[in-house]
Design a protein around this ligand. Structure first.
Ligand code: DNO
Length: 364
């Protein structure tokens, strides 16, 4: 595995490449052209510019998160082929610039959804949190205002104001889309992009729906093991893989995270590893990465990745806001850096124990 860090680019991020470089063990960034809209072609010049900047700071681009998929593709609208052509052009340009990992999602209207961006914990830190009760009490149109009010002035990934201005139209586009249709549209998209992925060796890594169930009556499909396996069977190509995000699949306590990692062996191209603390099955907050601070066994998650031979990029995911930092909620420097150090520590211990065991087996 390679330890990486998400970076939104020098114009949008409060964290600098120089700071990222000083986190022990972090060698790559996961980045994006944050000012592009879904459906826009990424030019080679802009991709090259982004690469140059990262490389001049002594790091490299380990992958893109995200190249967003236009709603016309997700809904299977008549103009979808045009948007898929543009997506293919972007993939081609990324491939030519030697970038081989793309994280994307297929969530209708809203990307990841939280109901609080700054829930205060007893130690004074603030965290992102979710309660189903809060979602049930709010109208979908109000969701955008509620989310941006707490965002410390930053644009949250997936909550671009340009799209949210048209929220009613967006909902209307999904009126006839159920889970089956969404699956079909995803398969159509994947079938069309696989040739360019084969040509340039690009791994597509779908991000799970977060939370891993339907919100505001919209269908959501990338939620559990059965559905991911179905997606992979529909378009059976090794480049059609997943981003294993423990915090997103973990929202549903029925998902056995280490078990899922083992079942997806070879098809996890990218991992987001973070912890959640549950107060009830529908009330959780994004705790520190450490197992004892949340509800997941992070050692078992990392062990499953190690034992299935995971060799892609991994990144700490959302962190708490600590030490007086002001940043995009979930994406400050300090707690994610602590997360990276912790995950690196777990990996080193797992790797050394496994080596020792193998050595002992050979000797006996
Ligand atoms: C949230 C992220 C998601 C993710 C997209 C991928 O912080 O994990 O916004 O980047 O869903 O397209």
């Amino acid at each position: 595995m390679e330890m990486t860090f998400r970076w939104y680019g020098s114009k949008a991020d409060t964290v600098t490449l120089e700071q990222i470089r000083q986190i022990p063990g972090v060698t790559g960034v996961i980045t994006t052209l944050y000012d592009t809209q879904p459906g826009e072609v990424w030019s080679r010049e802009r991709i090259r510019g982004m690469k140059r900047e990262v490389e001049e700071a002594g790091l490299h681009i380990a992958g893109i998160e995200s190249v967003n998929v236009h709603d016309a593709i997700k809904t299977g609208a008549p103009e979808r082929d045009d948007y898929i052509d543009r997506y293919i052009e972007t993939l081609e340009n990324l491939g030519k610039e030697d970038i081989h990992l793309v994280c994307y999602n297929f969530m209708p209207v809203f990307d990841w959804t939280r109901t609080e961006l700054a829930r205060r914990r007893p130690d004074g830190s603030t965290v992102l949190a979710y309660t189903q009760e809060a979602i049930d009490a709010i109208r979908s149109e109000e969701m955008f205002a509620a989310i941006t009010a707490d965002a410390n002035g930053s644009v949250l990934p997936g909550w671009e104001p340009e799209r949210m201005e048209h929220i009613r139209e967006l909902f209307a586009m999904y009126r006839d889309i159920d889970e089956e249709k969404l699956f079909e549209n995803l398969a159509y998209f994947l079938r069309r992009i696989m040739p360019v992925c084969d040509e340039y060796g690009i791994n597509m890594a779908i991000h799970p729906d977060d939370p891993a169930w339907s919100v505001f009556g919209l269908p959501r499909i990338i939620t559990n093991q059965e559905n991911i396996l179905r997606m992979m069977r529909m378009v059976d190509n090794p480049h059609n893989g997943v981003t294993f995000c423990s915090g997103s699949y973990g929202t549903n306590l029925e998902n056995d995270l280490p078990g899922m990692i083992r079942a997806l062996k070879g098809r996890i191209h990218f991992a987001h590893v973070r912890n959640l603390k549950f107060h009830s099955p529908t009330n959780f907050e994004e705790s520190a990465h450490l197992s004892s601070d949340g509800s997941f066994d992070m050692y078992e998650i990392m062990r499953a990745l190690y034992e299935t031979g995971f060799d892609g990029p991994i990144r700490p995911d959302h962190g708490r806001m600590i030490w007086g930092e002001t940043a995009m909620p979930g994406y400050g420097l300090y707690d994610r850096a602590l997360g990276a150090a912790y995950l690196n520590g777990l990996w080193e211990a797992i790797e050394k124990a496994a080596r020792r065991e193998r050595g002992e087996a050979e000797r006996s």
